[in-house]
Design a protein around this ligand. Structure first.
Ligand code: NAD
Length: 321
């Protein structure tokens, strides 16, 4: 069995490798070759922590396993540790024996950024030049770096509830040589692509803030009750997702579906676009919206890619088990 500790992941995993792993597993899901298992997420009644498991089996990639972890809100204040903690465990699908244990913290950020990037690659207009960012928390810089690689963006515009936090995004944009501007929400009308990555429980981005032809990657809503964009936007858009079952229960589409504004059957798995069984964007004025809910198979695909790289580079630790 191999161990790949959290501390080596930053040097091992590239955005390209995460992109490829996530794109492949979305394709396998849509083809019916990979499936996620029901998610377990429980309040521990200890340290105010939320803990759970996201697992699945990718029959195409032959990857079986789970991510265990959650959110410990006092970690940073009390112990100097990051609040989100997770570890991925992989198993041999032929025998059930454990094959690897992999640090999952950085991988979670990379696989989440990879998901929105996959959506931009497949759904944004080819001539998209202005990238909009809503949110400036921990995930946002990962999202921005990955999104910038998908089109020759000429400007980044961004909004956050607290504008002072936008400096972290400004640094990333300017490092990439792309001009950066802080804008009010109305300024998002200029954007060709918008990534939303907030933990909001009420809509921030309204339908009137989005222009025809825009592609949105809504990445922050991963829990029942969260919401980043007005439901009217989902009615105007063609809605894509990683997994329909999660989209309608814990994703951005949960509200529009519950209110009967769109139907579950209106939502398309992005893997179908990757596989060429759905045309994706069909006009320059269509609004496309990717509801990225975050599936366990993304974690397993990213972890599996990391294990391969760690073994090839002699960094993985082998243990008798
Ligand atoms: P964070 O706590 O570091 O940052 C939160 C961000 O949300 C900040 O920009 C904050 O200003 C903004 N925000 C909070 N409440 C808001 C409100 N009411 N209105 C507008 N903005 C508000 O969080 P993070 O680690 O960057 O994660 C952001 C979100 O992404 C979380 O909801 C998290 O659960 C989710 N997430 C999704 C996936 C996925 O696969 N889809 C993966 C990881 C994290």
């Amino acid at each position: 069995m191999w161990i790949v500790p959290e501390r080596v992941i930053a040097d091992l995993m590239t955005r390209e490798a995460a992109f490829d792993a996530v794109e492949q597993v979305f394709a396998a899901m849509a083809a019916g070759a990979a499936r996620n298992f029901p998610v377990v997420r429980e309040a521990l009644g200890h340290e105010d922590a939320l803990y759970g498991f996201k697992g699945g089996f990718d029959g195409a990639g032959q990857v079986l396993g789970l991510k265990a972890g959650g959110y410990w809100p006092h970690n940073m204040d009390r112990r100097g540790l990051i609040n989100h903690q997770s570890t991925v465990f992989l198993f041999d699908p032929d025998t059930g024996q454990p094959t690897a244990m992999v640090g999952g913290n950085l991988l979670t950020a990379l696989r989440t950024a990879a998901a929105s990037s996959v959506s931009i690659r497949h759904l944004a207009r080819p001539d998209a030049r202005v990238l909009g960012m809503i949110g400036a928390g921990h995930q946002a810089t990962f999202q921005l770096r990955a999104a910038l690689e998908q089109r020759p963006f000429e400007k980044v515009i961004a909004w956050n509830r607290s504008a002072t936090r936008l400096d972290s995004l400004r640094v990333v944009a300017e490092e990439a040589g792309v001009p950066f501007e802080s804008v009010p929400l109305e300024g998002m009308r200029e954007a060709d692509v918008i990534v939303t990555i907030t933990s909001s429980f009420a809509p921030t981005l309204m339908a009137e803030h989005v222009s025809p032809g825009c592609h949105l990657a809504c990445m922050g809503t991963d829990t029942k009750g969260k919401q980043e964009v007005e439901t009217a936007l989902l009615m105007r858009a063609t809605v894509f997702t990683d997994e329909v079952a999660q989209s309608v229960t814990i994703g951005e589409a949960q509200h529009a579906v519950a209110q009967g504004l769109i139907a579950q059957t209106d939502i398309i798995e992005i893997g179908a676009v990757i596989n060429g069984t759905h045309p994706g964007r069909v006009s320059d004025t269509q609004i496309t919206l990717f509801d990225g809910t975050g599936v366990g198979l993304q974690d397993l695909a990213a972890a599996s890619a990391v294990v391969d790289r760690a073994i090839a580079q002699g960094i993985a630790i082998e243990v008798e088990f």
